[in-house]
Write a protein that binds this ligand. Structure first.
Ligand SMILES: Cc1ncc(COP(=O)(O)O)c(C=O)c1O
Length: 441
């Protein structure tokens, strides 16, 4: 890895950092200046093992040559193409590759620039779909407690993370929430729990409360990531699908985290054998290298829009950077990398080793639960009395000092390494966390 780098500016005040304790960070900044494979390079020249694939996005590891070259080549050929009433070959190529990778029946792709935009897009498509079919009374959207669907208004309205909602006013009307699926009896279970599928019946209750004919869509993360890794009980997603089918409600899977191999299958929809009407993606779509998201859309939905005069725009929605050439080139190269290196199958093969490694921390100090699925892990800690989140963040800082990047959400350590991680690196990550836990009050 090239260690030659410019020092960071002395003045860190202008940049208002997202989801960051700005004052704390700027008092003791953690700066990364390079990346390669499984590692970041810190500004003091240390290799930092990436236990989180950046922010759940660099599934193929960092600075992969094929992706880097594709972006460089595209930047030299054509920087930008108008997204409306105009196209370029790469974006069609990427849409076709995505369709080929997607669960059967999801045959159309709408491009966005982030997970949040994918969520807004999917919610809007759902509402417009019903209206196109003469069911404009279906205006209600159903989410779930602890759900994370990005940070825009639709996403925080259907989302269920309190701090992401409570500062921002009244949000969208006509939204209701199902209960989350984490039960006390699920502690230390490996993989998905056997109990709790009945929690899906709450959707039937909500449907009867409001009138099923008023509900447009239900959105869930098949496995909730950002709230601290919460599993769907066995049979739960199947039940949601059945209730949606019974009442003509669209089912949206938010696969911004679970898409592109995280569970050892292309999508969580494949992993669980449940096909939703729409899938939202981002992150792993370009391996994090250029911002991009996509909504995968069932043919039945797309067909509903393809009516009326040919010269009319069918969906009044889109972004200046939808299908941006650099992002499209990165996406095509990323999907090729996943395919050529068999990374989804690799994730499935590694998952049992990963599971054992995670659960070896069961008796480490402060640990009150461990959860795992595919190449995702969560280690939940008992919070310090009166100081929630502080203990986990102390562990995070100790791991950083010891050369590993982990992520914390509340008092939960969430892990999602690039799918190229090897067994020795898994051991290093787990040992580092173990040491940090033992050294933390
Ligand atoms: C399930 C889910 N949906 C949406 C988002 C938002 O994505 P972005 O930060 O790219 O807007 C995230 C981000 O972590 C996510 O995990």
């Amino acid at each position: 890895m090239d260690t030659h780098h410019k020092p960071a500016p002395n003045d860190l005040s202008a940049y208002w950092m997202p989801f960051t304790a700005n004052r704390q960070y700027k008092a003791a900044p953690r700066m990364v200046v390079g990346a390669d494979g499984m590692h970041y390079k810190s500004d003091d020249g240390r290799d930092i093992l990436d236990g989180t694939a950046g922010l759940w996005c660099c599934n193929a590891g960092h600075n992969r040559p094929k992706i880097v070259e594709a972006i460089q080549k595209q930047a030299g050929e054509m920087d930008y193409a108008p997204a409306f009433q105009m196209g370029h070959p790469k974006v069609f190529e990427l849409a076709n590759s995505l369709r080929d990778m997607a669960p059967e029946g999801l045959e159309h792709v709408f491009f966005t620039n982030s997970g949040s935009e994918s969520v807004e897009t999917a919610l809007k498509i759902a509402l417009a779909y019903h209206r196109m079919r003469g069911e404009g009374q279906r205006t209600r959207l159903i989410g779930r407690e602890k759900g994370y669907h990005g940070v825009n208004f639709g996403g925080i309205s259907v989302g269920g993370i309190v701090n992401n909602r409570k500062f921002f006013g009244g949000l969208l009307g006509g939204v209701d929430h199902m209960p989350h699926t984490y039960l006390p009896e699920h502690r230390f279970i490996r993989g998905i729990p056997d109990t709790g599928a009945d929690l899906a019946d709450d959707l039937e209750r909500i449907a009867q409360l409001h009138g099923p004919e008023t509900i447009a869509a239900v959105i869930v993360e098949p496995m909730a990531g950002s709230a601290g890794v919460i599993m769907p009980p066995k049979g739960y997603l199947q039940k949601l699908r059945q209730i949606c089918d019974r009442h003509g409600i669209l089912l949206i899977f938010d696969e911004v985290i679970t898409g592109f191999g995280r569970l050892g299958a292309p999508f969580a929809a494949d992993y669980f054998g449940v096909t939703p009407d729409l899938i939202t993606t981002a992150k792993g779509l370009t391996n994090g290298a250029v911002p991009m998201g996509a909504v995968l859309c069932g043919s039945h939905i797309h067909e509903a829009f393809m009516q009326g005069p040919d010269h009319m725009i069918e969906l009044f929605h889109g972004y200046t950077y939808s299908g941006n050439p650099l992002a499209s080139a990165a996406g095509v190269a990323t999907l090729e990398t996943y395919r050529e290196e068999g990374l989804f199958a690799r994730a499935a093969e590694l998952a049992p080793y990963w599971e054992d490694a995670l659960h070896s921390l069961r008796d480490a100090p402060h640990v009150v639960d461990i959860r795992n699925l595919g190449m995702v892990g969560a280690i939940e800690l008992a919070p310090l009395p009166d100081e929630p989140t502080k203990r986990a963040f102390d562990v995070y800082l100790k791991c950083w000092e010891a050369g590993c990047l982990i992520r914390t959400t509340g008092d939960i350590i969430a892990l999602s390494p690039p799918l190229i991680i090897d067994k020795a690196q898994i051991d290093q990550l787990i040992t580092t966390i173990d040491d940090a836990l033992r050294a933390t009050a």
